[in-house]
Design a binder for this molecule. Structure first.
Ligand SMILES: [Zn+2]
Length: 308
């Protein structure tokens, strides 16, 4: 029997091994989890735009591939949350593994300027993807998928931290912003799973438009979508930002990147970055209200520029 709060809809009873906290078919008869579905637009539209722009700007193909991988995950996730069918679940979960393998490859090869192929790593990642696919098709245990996906994400995080700590410290702001946003998404994903009963009860007492903000799985999509997008920008690597983007701020750069560029131009702290033209911001210096991480980013930039 469907849990309380779930309605019946166009795609019939769910056959997926997971059914998230959002009440099924409440918003639309044709979309099982409406907010979890439409929030996938952040995985679909910005990366398509990013892929087109990186093609136009003549960036390497790997950036286009990375963007399109995110789009593929978004499309799979859209189908899964819309139907809650097992086949669609696979279309969401398996591309998550494949695209992460692509990201791991790109990130581990990021210091190479020559076009060479790392065959051992390529083989290892293909073997990993194939292995996970075979096991998961036979052992329908969502936790297995989550652990395998988490392992790849952990590799990406470790590699990113290594890059910003020891290789390209000027990418610190962008790298940590992407990581923080992703971790925030993961935190909300857990809140949605653990406190589902309470969240459903709260939603019943709230007006529909207000209760939407408690759809934390949709927030997970939004934050991980944005985090992934920023991480691809982070991987426009090998060159100091923003030189990697042709030394200019692209109009489609998300706010965090705009902030990054502002910080580059106005070293000091976030206050300076937010109010670059105000006279008093320089006098204020770093406000105590600015998070230490951003203060530090600004401070680093200040030191880097003073060395020039
Ligand atoms: Zn989802």
């Amino acid at each position: 029997m469907a849990p309380t709060g779930d309605w019946e809809g166009y795609w019939g009873p769910p056959t997926s091994t997971l059914d998230w906290c959002e009440e099924n078919y409440v918003v639309s008869y044709y979309i099982a989890e409406f907010w979890n579905t439409v929030s996938n637009l952040i995985f679909i539209l910005p990366p398509i735009y990013g892929a087109i722009q990186s093609y136009r700007d003549g960036l390497e193909k790997r950036y286009m591939i990375a963007y399109l991988c995110v789009t593929a995950v978004g499309l799979g996730s859209w189908c899964f949350h819309m139907t809650l069918k097992y086949e669609m679940q696979l279309l969401d979960e398996l591309p998550m593994i494949y695209s992460c393998c692509v990201f791991v490859y790109c990130l581990s090869e990021c210091f190479k300027y020559k076009k060479t192929i790392n065959y051992p790593l390529l083989f290892l990642l293909i073997a990993y993807s194939t292995g996970v696919t075979i096991v998961y098709l036979n052992w329908k245990q969502p936790v297995f998928h989550q652990v395998m996906y988490g392992t790849l994400v952990a590799l990406l995080v470790l590699r990113s931290v290594y890059i910003v700590l020891w290789v390209y410290p000027w990418l610190r702001g962008l790298g940590y912003t992407s990581l923080t946003i992703f971790l925030l998404g993961f935190f909300l994903w857990n809140v949605d799973n653990i406190f589902c009963e309470k969240l459903r009860a709260i939603r019943e007492s709230l007006p529909p438009l207000v209760s939407v903000v408690t759809q934390f799985h949709a927030w997970w999509h939004i934050f991980t979508g944005l985090g992934s997008y920023l991480h691809i920008l982070f991987r426009c690597d090998g060159l100091p930002f923003p030189a990697a983007l042709g030394g200019k701020l692209l109009p489609w750069s998300p706010p965090a990147v705009q902030l990054e560029a502002l910080l580059a131009e106005h070293p000091g702290c976030l206050v300076n970055a937010l109010f670059p033209f105000s006279v008093w911001s320089d006098a204020l210096g770093c406000s105590p209200f600015v998070p230490p991480q951003l203060w530090w980013v600004g401070g680093w930039r200040g030191r880097a520029q003073s060395r020039e």
